[in-house]
Design a protein around this ligand. Structure first.
Ligand SMILES: *[C@@H]1O[C@H](CO)[C@@H](O)[C@H](O)[C@H]1NC(C)=O
Ligand SMILES: *[C@@H]1O[C@H](CO)[C@@H](O)[C@H](O)[C@H]1NC(C)=O
Ligand SMILES: *[C@@H]1O[C@H](CO)[C@@H](O)[C@H](O)[C@H]1NC(C)=O
Length: 220
């Protein structure tokens, strides 16, 4: 099951909608400190959040051979090596972006944190109860911001959030899960309406984060 899931998932890589919002691209606002990276997504980006939730082995990568080539042990990443956010963090000269649900994550918050969850989709109906869907990931982002404010103060926290880079990689599971979850969802929606729903949910989360961080609206 785990293997077929991974194969299915990687086959769906081509559908992946990956999007970054460099919110530090306003002239004159380039940060001097390294930017933080906040990551939202599914198994392509999950650094181990699903190890901390109640789910099935389909959505956990906490056994060999996962992790064997780089970390030498399973970290919860759905790969034997590193995930895309690991490489981006490395190129940005940040330390590895930790899973939000890992205990002790607070120390790393100024470098950013990763909310992604294997199997997650933009729709709450995708793998319900087994994953952290995009809206929940956004809620966790709000909690992380609160922690950040408590730890480093309001002004500094605001600067981190405003200058951060936001990385999204989600959506493929919304198209995969109805195929494995004996649901009648594809009978309920025309394909273009279903796609509009997936894209609409991604768009609304991207927009609210963009407004929070870019236009200085109150975000705490
Ligand atoms: C299966 O699909 C139905 C209908 O879309 C949804 O309500 C349910 O949460 C799904 N279950 C899982 C485990 O994905
Ligand atoms: C799928 O659901 C339908 C009706 O809800 C049921 O008749 C059918 O047996 C189910 N198929 C599987 C493989 O569970
Ligand atoms: C988001 O998805 C839900 C189903 O989970 C749907 O009812 C809603 O219309 C979607 N929102 C947008 C903006 O498309």
């Amino acid at each position: 099951m785990a293997n077929s899931y991974v194969q299915l998932h990687f086959a769906a890589l081509f559908f992946l909608a990956s999007l970054t919002i460099p919110s530090n691209c306003l002239p004159g606002l380039y940060p001097k400190a390294p930017v933080a990276l906040f990551v939202f997504g599914d198994s392509l980006f999950d650094p181990g959040n699903n190890d901390f939730i109640k789910t099935t082995t389909t959505f956990q990568a906490n056994f060999p051979p996962y992790g064997e080539t780089f970390f030498k042990l399973p970290t919860g990443r759905f790969t034997d090596g590193r995930i895309i956010p690991d490489f981006i963090a490395e190129f940005a000269k940040l330390s590895l972006i930790p899973p939000y649900l890992q205990t002790g994550y607070h120390e790393f918050l100024t470098n950013g944190v990763n909310f992604a969850s294997a199997g997650a989709g933009a729709l709450a109906e995708t793998n319900t109860g087994l994953v952290i869907d995009l809206k929940m990931q956004f809620k966790n982002f709000r909690k992380a911001k609160k922690h950040l404010r408590l730890n480093i103060g309001k002004r500094a926290a605001r600067r981190v959030v405003k200058n951060a880079v936001y990385l999204f990689g989600i959506g493929s599971n919304d198209y995969l899960s109805p195929l494995t979850n004996n649901s009648s969802i594809f009978k309920l929606y025309a394909p273009q309406d279903y796609v509009a729903m997936v894209v609409g949910n991604i768009t609304s989360v991207v927009q609210v984060i963009f407004r929070f961080s870019f236009f200085f609206q109150p975000f705490f």
